[in-house]
Design a binder for this molecule. Structure first.
Ligand code: NAP
Length: 254
């Protein structure tokens, strides 16, 4: 059936941004099912701490915004785990930017989210797809966001990168239809994680991480192409039917 595929159940799983939050949660869920899991992230202590909580899990250090580092990671992993068949492109950062100030914002700061959230997803896809296309039943899972449907205006670059990840994923899926690779987009609502460390509190109505991971794994088990979780479904509907209403709801002060 279109939009669904039979899920893989055996090969090695790579999770970028696996040192915390959603990545660590998904890594733990795959590990609990007996899969070999590798968590990769930019801070060694964080990925090693996650791996040490799960016997047999491996940790790798990578900055996904650096194409050379992603290529080196792929070389190491494919040699060590030729059965790698699931790549979860989850690493991401979120910052707030106010463009109403008198001076220009720091260009390097502005570019960082594009480098990690968008270029990182592109580098991971570009680097791992040749291998995945030789693995029957393989999957590339890009992590988008409900904010890709309706932006959080205080996080304008973040929201734009997630809209771009959605578009990129749609294109990849179409290019790879008929191949061995299922291209999946996992679209979370607000979830309680460190992503919001720059805020003084978690977003209102944020989903608990465990509940999110359970829903995401159910979507993966069902073989869905787009896994839209919790309130992200409402944002998808608002984008289609009443974008102005969605914008007001996402950005209302609570
Ligand atoms: N939480 C939410 O409300 C929510 C909602 C929608 C979508 N998402 C998406 O879900 C994904 C995971 O976020 P999260 O909520 O779990 O937040 P998180 O706990 O902050 O996780 C993000 C992870 O990405 C890693 N990372 C950041 N920059 C990296 C880079 N250049 N290279 C490799 N790893 C990097 C971080 O590692 P370090 O700590 O070492 O930097 C961190 O472990 C992100 O793509 C995010 O946009 C989250």
């Amino acid at each position: 059936m279109r939009g669904r595929r039979t899920p893989t159940t055996s090969g090695t799983v790579l999770v970028t941004g696996g040192g915390s939050g959603i990545g660590a949660g998904l890594a733990g869920a795959f590990h609990a099912r007996g899969r070999q899991v590798v968590v990769a992230g930019q801070t060694r202590e964080r990925v090693e701490a996650v791996a040490s909580r799960h016997p047999g899990m491996e940790a790798e250090v990578v900055d996904v915004s650096e194409a050379d580092q992603v290529a080196a990671l792929a070389e190491r992993l494919v040699e060590r785990h030729p059965d790698l068949d699931t790549v979860i492109s989850n690493a991401g950062v979120q910052r707030l930017f106010d463009f109403t100030g008198l001076g220009p914002l720091d260009a390097a700061e502005l570019g960082r989210e594009v480098d990690v959230n968008l270029k990182g997803v592109i580098h991971v896809a570009n680097t791992f797809l040749p291998h995945l296309q030789n693995r029957p039943g393989s999957r590339l899972v890009n992590v988008g966001s409900g904010l890709g449907y309706v932006p959080l205006t205080a996080a304008p670059v973040y929201s734009a990168t997630k809209a771009a990840v959605h578009s990129f994923t749609v294109s990849l899926r179409r290019q790879l239809q008929g191949s061995t690779v299922q291209v999946v987009e996992l679209i979370p609502p607000a979830v309680v994680t460190d992503l919001h460390r720059h805020l003084d509190r978690q977003p209102p109505r944020a989903m608990q991480l465990d509940a999110f991971v359970t829903a995401a794994m159910a979507g993966l088990d069902a073989g869905r192409d787009e896994i839209v979780v919790g309130l992200a479904k409402a944002l998808q509907v608002f984008q289609r039917l009443a974008p102005g209403v969605g914008l007001n709801i996402v950005n209302r002060p609570d």
